[in-house]
Design a protein around this ligand. Structure first.
Ligand code: AP5
Length: 222
């Protein structure tokens, strides 16, 4: 098969494993990974006015206003489309208005992955999560421990990864996810995210290969 451009969205509750699966998906398929949360954290880190405002909402586990987030994601997405590569959109859209903003640009996914993980698991995943600022890799003190003492020593923790804040983020997720699901119900696939990460990824690989076969058939039909 020739080069195919995959267009994938991934969604799920806080700490359901979106970032972890995105690492695996991009390593295998070479898509441009666009994470709304990562873009916002980068903006916060540079200390711009938008970053300062965004941080107020992120600390409360609330959605950052569209005037900040929509343009930020749109620019990255249009860049990816321009480079004719595929994209993997992580944590966006998170509301009906965000999915409508994408519709207005004629941007729709071929696959919308929804990671299902029970609420009680999300808290322990979140509080044990750590980041390696050097490689950008996501770790967990119990489930995905760092490979060397050197990496362990430099791991950082997100400010919103406390039990209290995860619960707020989960409330926000629950209040908004139904509208997003409704927008993409034609391409949505539920994936049980409460399994070892390699098993979750194996199922995602299967979904992507089904998609690629479908795309190939369409292209090669007379
Ligand atoms: P964002 O950064 O997107 O946070 P989130 O949705 O809460 O998701 P997380 O990044 O916490 O989790 P994840 O699903 O990526 O899990 P991970 O793979 O790390 O958003 C942050 C904030 O930004 C929001 O609260 C909001 O304020 C704002 N924002 C973002 N998008 C926005 C938007 N569109 N509009 C407005 N505002 C927006 O895994 C978690 C842990 O579990 C890790 O330690 C990992 O090692 C471990 N783990 C992963 N998979 C497994 C597994 N299968 N088994 C065991 N452990 C696992």
């Amino acid at each position: 098969a020739g080069k195919q451009t995959l267009r994938i969205m991934i969604s799920g509750a806080p700490a359901s494993g979106k970032g972890t699966q995105c690492e695996l998906i991009t390593a295998k398929y070479g898509l441009t990974h666009i994470s709304a949360g990562d873009l916002l954290r980068a903006e916060v880190a540079t200390g711009t006015d938008d970053g300062k405002k965004a941080q107020e909402y992120m600390q409360k586990g609330m959605l950052v206003p569209n005037e900040i987030v929509v343009t930020m994601v749109k620019n990255k997405l249009l860049e990816a489309v321009d480079q004719s590569g595929g994209w993997l959109l992580d944590g966006y859209p998170r509301s009906l208005s965000q999915s409508m903003a994408l519709d207005a640009l004629d941007i729709r996914p071929q696959l919308f992955i929804l990671l299902d993980v029970p609420d009680e698991i999300l808290v322990q995943r979140s509080v044990g999560r750590r980041y390696d600022p050097v490689s950008g890799k996501i770790y967990h003190l119990m489930y995905a421990p760092p490979e060397t003492p050197e990496i362990a020593a430099r791991l950082t923790q997100r400010l919103d990864d406390t039990e209290e804040k995860v619960k707020l983020r989960l409330q926000t997720h629950k209040a908004n996810v139904a509208a997003v699901i409704e927008s993409y119900k034609d391409v949505i696939k539920h994936v049980d995210g409460n399994r070892p990460k390699a098993e979750v990824f194996a199922e995602i690989e299967k979904l992507i290969s089904e998609l690629q076969e479908g795309v190939t058939e369409e292209v090669s039909a007379p």
